[in-house]
Design a protein around this ligand. Structure first.
Ligand code: PLP
Length: 394
């Protein structure tokens, strides 16, 4: 007998992957230039040229026995020092190499962090709209997910519902800003409210409540928007970081966990993270990419392309009558579907070769995600299709 739960997860692809696979099939049928695939967050902006040179130099000049070998499970200590210094320089937070655990991307950072802190009966709070895999990760660790409904006014956090949902079983809160799928950056005011409530509730229930800040889009912000660094707002914070989007290398699987040095039990939390990594079979993150990110610590791919894409799409779609909160970051636009059923709206969009993802899977029915990490000319070419789709509803 197999695990029903795992069988179910394996048989039913995520809605995003489903549409992405359809897009590949459809592109083969009618040509890639005729299909407007806004389904997946696979960066189209190339990785920096500098990264390519770093990788070539690593391959040519390193001792292969070292370059390809296992590192410490938590990552090479030299690389961890570079990451820790970078955090200190950027945010003034005094983390050290012993607070950093290098992972295979943010997905591993999340699964490891959740596993490290979960005991039976625990609950994790997520804010809709949320990255759908949070549900999978939390449930796989044996905990319960508590969803805070979206505040569709501006896609900040519904603070009252949040406060009301915390109880004695609350172990953690997962927060994601810039947000997938809304593109919204939570304001300093929102963050202060969330952290204030958490501190109050920790006292009330007499135990730690951990804040997991999932930050794969931290570098993808536009117009000088500031993304608050949560360790500076709340002591029991863990950061889940990834280079997938900032360096356009999602397939290379590299990121890290940073544990706040101000957490009450930092060393034990770090040890539990090492234990969870071990239990989940993450032997170490890819060795070449550990070295590569250390040498590219200040690099990003060309973020200005995403800003250009956002500006075109936001301006043109709002002119056509679509409604959405203007995104300050990430590479997603979260529009209100033109009918209550977002799935039905996406099916109609598909007839115009527009591949969009319904908000239902993000905990926000009635909305639709457009992933604009595609070529700018694809966005420009897609506008008549968006216009025809809007016309169907007039
Ligand atoms: N968290 C969020 C909010 C994401 O959007 C993604 C990927 O799209 C991840 C985590 C996983 O990122 P990674 O590729 O680093 O595992």
């Amino acid at each position: 007998m197999l695990s029903e739960k795992m069988l179910g997860l394996g048989k039913k692809r995520s809605a995003i992957r489903e549409i992405f696979e359809y897009g590949k099939k459809r592109a083969a049928e009618i040509g890639a230039d005729k299909i407007f695939d806004f389904s997946i967050g696979n960066p189209n902006v190339p990785a920096p040229e500098y990264l390519k040179r770093v990788l070539i130099a690593l391959l040519e000049n390193s001792d292969p026995a070292c370059l390809h070998s296992y590192t410490s499970a938590q990552g090479d200590v030299g690389v961890r020092k570079i990451i820790a210094n970078n955090i200190y320089e950027r945010f003034g937070t005094e983390v050290t190499a012993d607070n950093i655990y290098i992972t295979s991307g943010a997905a591993a950072a999340l699964t490891i962090s959740i596993k490290a802190m979960t005991v039976p009966g625990d609950e994790f709070i997520v804010f809709a709209p949320y990255f759908p895999e949070y549900i999978v990760f939390v449930e796989a660790a044996g905990a319960k997910v508590v969803v805070i409904p979206p505040d569709t006014e501006d896609f900040q956090i519904d603070i009252e519902s949040f406060e009301a949902s915390i109880n004695k079983n609350t172990k953690g809160v997962i927060i994601n800003s810039p947000n997938n799928p809304s593109g919204v950056v939570y304001s300093v005011e929102t963050i202060n409210s969330v952290c204030g409530i958490l501190s109050k509730k920790e006292k009330e229930f007499g135990h730690s409540i951990y804040l997991i800040s999932d930050e794969p889009y931290r570098e993808l912000v536009y117009d000088d928007i500031e993304v608050p660094y949560l360790m500076n707002y709340y002591n029991n914070t863990i950061v889940s970081y990834s280079y997938s989007k900032s360096l356009s290398i999602p397939g290379e699987r590299i990121g890290y966990i940073a544990v706040s040095p101000k957490m009450e039990n930092t060393d034990d939390m770090y040890a539990a993270i090492c234990g969870a990594g071990r239990a989940l079979g993450y032997v170490c993150a890819p060795s070449i990419f550990q070295q590569a990110i250390a040498k590219c610590i200040d690099q990003t791919s060309d973020i200005s392309i995403y800003k250009k894409n956002r500006d075109i799409l936001y301006e043109e779609l709002t002119k056509l009558g679509y409604k959405c909160a203007k995104p300050d970051g990430a590479f997603y636009l979260f529009i209100k579907a033109l009918e209550p059923n977002a799935e039905a709206f996406c099916t109609k969009a598909r007839k115009h070769e527009l591949l969009l993802v319904a908000g239902d899977g993000f905990g926000c029915p009635g909305y639709v995600r457009i992933s604009y990490c595609v070529r700018t000319d694809q966005i420009e070419k897609s506008l008549p299709a968006f216009a025809k789709l809007a016309k169907e509803y007039q």
